[in-house]
Design a protein around this ligand. Structure first.
Ligand code: ADP
Ligand code: GLC
Length: 483
């Protein structure tokens, strides 16, 4: 089959969070399974569109949005990937220092225009090259505008109208909601600004329109697919999702086991596998030393690499820090995000020097070193569509302590409930008390080397490869294409 993915992120060219890893992992696995796959990505500055790695198409694409001309160049990645990467280059929208936000000035104000233009020109690119897919796979709200012209007001892309559409919701918290003043950007008649299409409490909601129009909707874990049908996790769309549940399915993400492999990870000072864990101790010593942590090598070291947002339960962790330090454990946190959380970690470092370290930047190498060098990986998320870090940490022999929610529930088995098959620890209520009580149990397990060793080996033996997920997506594609 031919499958085109439209996405705002793809690893390694443009990454803010797990979306990037998930899209590239899926595209690669589908291509390896024999499908012809094209991935369409905006031409951010981070993509580095230079003639040594990309070929620029001779065709320049022109269109109009909101009565303004839009012009796009398209660049194809030359390097042999199992899939094609086409980059939609609209410099005024994407040649900027950040992906969604300027590092100094904060979020870009023109996201509606940016992503509507990207998707419009992505469809133009497919049509121009007559690369007509069987399935158009849209990821998150950024890709949602495709349904505007393929399902609501047709005619602009005659060759693409019969293509089946799959929408994957990686995170329902982000829906692409804009003031109705921006409606003209969609080039649609006002008749579609109603509650059965784009309208949502007086605003424009791009994701909602795509949920309604897609042939199938997926989300990134079975538990999250259930949760988003409830008010606590539905972000205002739970009623709609209950209504659409016959076309909604949860497919657990995989992880890229080549990029995340402790036996040959180029970022690590030493390597290890289930046969020989000695390298993991080297990784821990290296991490303690490079970060200036003074906790003894035998003390448990907890880690986290994350966007610092409400979703991730950062407040629960911040409140638990004095207790963690009091237990003699160390803590390393890497991530950027909301200023209050960043300040909270900076304060903790001042209060507990040598015990708590905060790395306030995006750093791929350090993320791998934290996964490998820690004993315990923390994910106290309030909600978590899938979560990749807990799977990385299992593979790196770093025992996850997670909240039992979304993909965390589907990937971590609590050893207290299932002593024979458990791989980590889970807690239910989103409270600091529940986190602390569960961490206490983890620390107690840690003190018994045999138990801990078994836990590590079991986690490392889990299979989270993309092959399984790609099979489930293929089944889904085949079902809707036949229809
Ligand atoms: P989300 O997509 O909600 O952010 P995931 O667990 O799915 O959560 O994926 C997060 C990804 O982003 C992981 O690969 C993680 O290592 C990475 N990441 C987040 N923050 C940073 C950072 N500051 N430096 C390096 N990698 C980061
Ligand atoms: C989103 C979710 C995260 C998920 C990722 C990839 O960013 O927050 O849970 O793992 O997408 O699907």
């Amino acid at each position: 089959m031919r499958i085109a993915h439209i996405t705002a992120e793809a690893f390694p060219w443009a990454k803010v969070g797990g979306l990037a890893d998930a899209v590239t992992g899926l595209a690669r696995a589908l291509a390896q399974a024999g499908h012809e796959v094209t991935l369409l990505l905006p031409g951010y500055r981070s993509v580095s569109l230079t003639p040594d790695s990309f070929d620029r198409w001779p065709e320049v694409l022109y269109d109009h949005l909101a009565f303004q001309p839009v012009r796009a160049f398209v660049w194809g990645l030359r390097e042999a990937q199992p899939f094609h990467l086409w980059v939609i280059d609209i410099p005024e929208y994407f040649d900027r220092s950040g992906i969604y936000a300027d590092p100094q000035r904060g979020e870009y104000w023109d996201d509606m225009a940016r992503y509507v233009a990207f998707v419009r020109m992505a469809l133009r690119a497919l049509e121009t090259r007559r690369w007509i897919p069987d399935v158009l796979h849209l990821h998150d709200w950024h890709a949602a505008p495709a349904v505007a012209w393929l399902r609501y007001d047709t005619g602009a892309f005659p060759t693409l109208e019969t293509v089946s559409i799959v929408l994957t919701v990686h995170n329902l918290a982000y829906q692409g909601v804009f003031l109705r003043d921006l409606w003209p950007w969609l080039n649609l008649s006002e008749q579609f600004l109603h509650p059965e299409a784009f309208e949502f409490y007086g605003r424009v909601n791009l994701l909602k329109a795509a949920l309604l129009a897609a042939d199938a909707v997926t989300t990134v874990s079975p538990s999250y697919a259930e949760e988003i049908q409830r008010p606590e996790y539905g972000h205002g769309l739970d009623g709609l999702l209950r209504h659409l549940r016959s076309k909604l399915v949860g497919i657990l993400n995989g992880i890229d086991t080549d990029v995340w492999d402790p036996a040959r990870d180029p970022y690590l000072p030493a390597h290890y596998d289930v046969q020989d864990l000695a390298g993991k101790r080297v990784c821990k010593a290296y991490l303690l030393q490079t970060l200036g942590l003074t906790v003894p090598a035998e003390a448990p070291l907890c880690g986290m690499v994350s966007r610092l947002t409400y979703q991730k339960g950062i407040d629960l962790l911040l409140e638990a820090i004095p207790w963690i330090v009091d237990q003699g454990a160390g803590l390393v946190v890497q991530g950027t995000g909301e200023a209050a959380y960043e300040d909270g970690f900076r304060r903790a470092v001042r209060l507990f020097p040598g015990r708590v370290v905060y790395v306030d930047r995006y750093d791929e190498a350090m993320a791998h070193q934290i996964e490998a060098g820690c004993d315990i990986y923390l994910m106290p998320s309030r909600f978590e569509p899938c979560g990749l870090n807990q799977m990385y940490s299992l593979r790196y022999g770093t025992v996850p302590v997670v909240r039992a929610v979304g993909g965390l529930r589907d990937t971590v088995i609590d050893v207290r409930e299932a002593p024979q098959i458990g791989t980590g620890f889970r807690f239910e209520p989103p409270t600091t008390e529940a986190l602390v009580a569960t961490l206490q149990d983890a620390f107690d397990f840690y003190k018994i080397p045999d138990l801990w060793h078994t836990l590590i080996l079991r986690g490392m033996a889990q299979d989270f490869s993309w092959r399984r997920a790609a099979r489930r997506y293929t089944d889904l594609y085949e079902r809707i294409v036949r229809r």
